[in-house]
Design a protein around this ligand. Structure first.
Ligand code: GCV
Length: 848
């Protein structure tokens, strides 16, 4: 958090003059498009609307058109039962219905080419009247078409420019929610479940319906409502689950559930869950029949088995094919499908075994099974071979399953990507995966064409995004994180959409069409992944976060010496996993030959994945000409600086967007900029220590602007070990224990001038310690450590800073931090940093 002395009056004035928005509507705000710079072609828009289709989806489309047009253009459309012969009209319906009702459809030169789920927008002129047509290939297509029209209006597009046909790239466009029955969400960062509470389905499912509306607006057609670490008890709650399906149905979103493979034993009363046992198969058949009796449009099952402690077919010497096909047989008569996850690996790998490699697991297990899965099974594969890291190569399994349906699993919730506290726009990253050409059979086979079914002629497949929205009013906690949910839908609909188009459209819909807002936020979004990569784990090192903890702050050592296999094999001489066939784990041999060769050769392996593929000395020179170690150091400095740049960019929008979201995002970006410094310092200190190689710019450990607590005069504060040494100065935090308050004072000898004063402290999940900052005898700031960061100890998860700008200092001044512990949180501190504000005139400082 950053504050400024004596600005509160100005802030209050701004608050009073701006309209607040809470983010609850996401990108469906339906704000009037600003006329500035946009053709107002809607003058000619029909005043009537006819809906020819009787489906619930078309009813939603009709309602949405009325709502959107009224809200954006201030007009109330007149509903007509049939196409009026004496007026223009919007016409909604399936292509077939429109052809019957309007013999002129499609107009010459306006072929209707929409496939399943698709739509065609066109204008037909008959008897001198114009009919603005939203023709769905089916009821869902009508709904998607209506949302497309409304999105275009919101962005100031004319109906003319929207005309033509669109169809979704793949049939499966689902989100997975990792919601637990008790109402918590695994890796969810935006509050509790919108579906469950206290072991039950919520009585009030309003938010479930609103979520489905958001999903439908971006073409998502399925939602798995519970954690893939599935609780078998959900299988006993079908009547209540059916209520969620009812909330989804008007929006064309089909409900799916994640199932625990041991359900027959845990809730079914059998003494086994062996997929080869006929009693088990019969139990699943009966269960599936019961589900379809309650939920006729039930979509199917998602399965995580034999992974991270989940039960699986291996218990009985069976394979994923045995389990998946048994479930598929039960679902098949009803048209249901199974998404069987390929995220299966041994998390007790032997660190000392240089051939052991978690990245190999999915291919090793699933490739031999290619061609054996039932037609209604899809193997759901995470984009990379490890686990949603900041950068990984594409999983080679996508090219290893040529006679099996596949779907790519992308993570929308920012587990390893800053947990909705850091801005990371993921479509930029996802595009690198979707566009990556695996060169199967020496021909073009980009990932997007594989999961669309085109490359290997598969009838089923698609896109799954782990979304984890919660009860927070704005769905994903960080207002800018919603761009990721929106972007997932856009890419699942059309993976050729550019990240820039997604960023721009989302910004227009979510904030405004003001060119400055659009350019600034789009730029921030589009650069954010690279910024995050710079200050976390560059060169293919993975995120370098605390993998045995909350996956949040820096903790590079946690990658090593354990069974989880996210190793980077950093030692005194070098770093990186040797995954070559000749000398390493052989992982690269899982790729088709052209890709394997590209990664195997140091000449062609891209720098940004080098350390994922190779173990090299720290002094190895990259294509950039810089050594590995200096790149690691520099990238972290660059990343922290870029993160600070995000704050500056956002501040240029003050007054151009509503104060509520402006302030919320500003607070988050300031926090992020501070945390980027924590990341930078921790990773650079760690690599400097392990490599013994100094930074050629002498930055690491040389922070002339800092006064560490160890150099302050302390009253009550005592040193405690940071649980991850590199995340605090000299591995120590200073805690206030067994007292109501403690102080740390610094006597200053800086030149007189205006300074930005940052206090680096630790904010645990528990407790709300309070702090005051005094300049000589005067209190200049007070704040509470109430950010509930994910940890209960001083480390990189909890280290954060409070910043006060515009502080006039002169030699002889004393700055004092007074900490008041609360509920086990000992008001821990690390250092004060005094950054001169060079823009200010030094003589003003003398006046304080
Ligand atoms: C739902 C990672 C996450 C787990 C998650 C797992 C999975 O390991 O940390 O929370 O479990 O992936 O995708 O199954």
């Amino acid at each position: 958090m950053t504050h400024r002395i004596a600005t509160s009056f100005a802030v209050l004035f701004i608050v009073a003059t701006l309209h607040a928005e809470d983010g609850s509507q996401g990108w469906l705000r339906y704000a009037p498009p600003s006329p500035t710079g946009f053709p107002l072609t809607y003058e000619a828009m029909p005043a009537a609307l006819v809906n020819l289709d009787s489906s619930v989806e078309a009813a939603s489309a009709q309602k949405e058109m009325l709502r959107g047009v009224r809200s954006m253009l201030g007009r109330t459309l007149r509903l007509e039962a049939t196409i009026p012969g004496n007026d223009d009209a919007w016409v909604l319906g399936t292509a077939e219905e429109i052809r019957t009702a309007l013999p002129g459809y499609p107009a010459p030169g306006q072929a209707d080419k929409a496939g399943p789920g698709g739509f065609t927008l066109s204008v037909v002129t008959a008897h001198g009247y114009q009919y603005w047509i939203v023709a769905g290939a089916d009821p869902r297509g009508i709904l998607y078409g209506a949302f497309h029209v409304l999105s275009g209006v919101a962005r100031g597009e004319s109906f003319g420019s929207m005309q033509g046909s669109q169809s979704p790239a793949a049939p499966v466009r689902w989100v997975n929610q990792w919601d637990n029955l008790n109402g918590t969400i695994e890796r969810g960062y935006a509050g509790r479940s919108i579906f469950f509470d206290d072991g039950h389905v919520r009585a009030d499912l309003t938010r479930a319906g609103e979520y489905a509306r958001l999903l439908a607006s971006i073409g998502v057609n399925g939602c798995t409502i519970n954690n893939v670490n599935a609780d078998p008890r959900l299988l006993t709650m079908i009547p209540d689950v059916a209520r969620i399906a009812d909330a989804f149905r008007p929006w064309g979103v089909r409900l799916s559930i994640a199932v625990a493979i041991n359900g027959p034993q845990v809730v079914g009363g059998l003494d086994t869950y062996d997929p080869g046992d006929p009693r088990v198969a019969a139990w699943w058949r009966a269960k599936v029949d019961a589900i379809y009796a309650a939920i006729p449009d039930f979509a199917g099952f998602v399965v995580k088995a034999d992974s991270e402690g989940q039960p699986g077919p291996s218990q009985y010497g069976r394979t994923p094919v045995d389990a998946a096909n048994m479930l598929a047989a039960a679902l098949q008569p009803h048209g249901g499908i199974v998404l069987y996850r390929a995220f299966v690996y041994n998390h007790h790998l032997d660190w000392n075994d240089l051939k052991a490699d978690r990245a190999r697991a999915a291919y090793d297990i699933f490739h031999p099974l290619d061609g054996q899965f039932a037609p209604n099974v899809i193997v759901q594969i995470k984009n990379g071979p490890i686990d949603f890291q900041v950068r990984e190569p594409v999983s080679p399994l996508f090219a290893g399953l040529r006679e099996t349906n596949t779907a790519v699993e992308l993570q929308i919730t920012q587990e390893y990507m800053g947990q909705a506290r850091h801005l990371v726009f993921l479509p930029t990253q996802w595009k690198t995966y979707l566009d990556f050409d695996l060169r199967a059979n020496h021909r073009s086979t980009p990932l997007k064409d594989i999961v669309d079914g085109a490359s290997f002629h598969r009838p089923l497949g698609g896109y799954v995004g782990v979304a984890n929205v919660g009860l927070d009013t704005n769905w994903m906690s960080h207002p800018l994180s919603m761009a990721n949910l929106y972007g997932f839908g856009r890419l699942a609909w059309n993976p050729n959409t550019t990240a820039a188009a997604i960023a721009e459209d989302w910004t227009r819909l979510t904030f405004s069409n003001d060119p400055k807002v659009v350019a600034t936020i789009s730029h921030m979004l589009l650069t954010s992944w690279s910024i995050y990569e710079h200050y976390t784990g560059p060169l293919g090192l993975q995120t370098l976060t605390n993998i045995t903890g909350p996956h949040y702050g820096p903790a590079p050592q946690s990658q090593e010496h354990n069974g989880w296999g996210q190793w980077i094999r950093a030692d005194h001489d070098g770093v990186g996993m040797d995954r070559t066939v000749a000398t390493g784990t052989g992982f690269l041999g899982q790729y088709p030959p052209e890709v394997a060769a590209m990664y195997t050769s140091l000449k062609t392996c891209p720098d940004d994945l080098l350390l994922f593929m190779h173990h090299v000395p720290y002094t190895y020179k990259l294509h950039s000409g810089k050594t590995v170690i200096q790149t690691i150091y520099d990238d972290h400095y660059v990343g922290a600086q870029e993160a600070a740049g995000l704050v500056a960019q956002w501040k240029t929008l003050d007054g151009l967007i509503d104060e509520q979201r402006y302030a919320k995002v500003l607070g988050l970006l300031e926090y992020q900029a501070g945390h980027a410094i924590v990341w930078r310092d921790a990773i650079d200190r760690w690599f400097k220590q392990i490599s013994g190689i100094p930074d050629d710019q002498h930055r690491i450990g040389h922070d002339p602007d800092r006064i560490t607590a160890s150099r302050m005069q302390l009253d009550g504060y005592t040193p405690i070990d940071a649980t991850i040494w590199e995340t605090a100065t000299d591995g120590k935090a200073y805690a206030c224990r067994n007292r109501n308050s403690c102080t740390a004072s610094a006597h200053l000898d800086r030149p007189a001038g205006w300074y930005s004063v940052a206090v680096q402290y630790f904010d645990y999940r528990q407790g709300v310690s309070t702090f005051t900052l005094r300049l000589n005898q005067q209190t200049i700031a007070a704040w509470a450590a109430d950010n509930t960061l994910p940890g209960e100890a001083p480390n990189g998860d909890t280290s954060t800073r409070f910043t006060l700008d515009g502080v006039p200092l002169r030699p002889g001044d004393t700055l004092t931090i007074e900490g008041h512990p609360d509920d086990g949180e000992p008001a821990p501190i690390d250092y004060i940093e005094l950054t001169p504000e060079s823009a200010r005139a030094p003589q003003k400082a003398a006046a304080h």
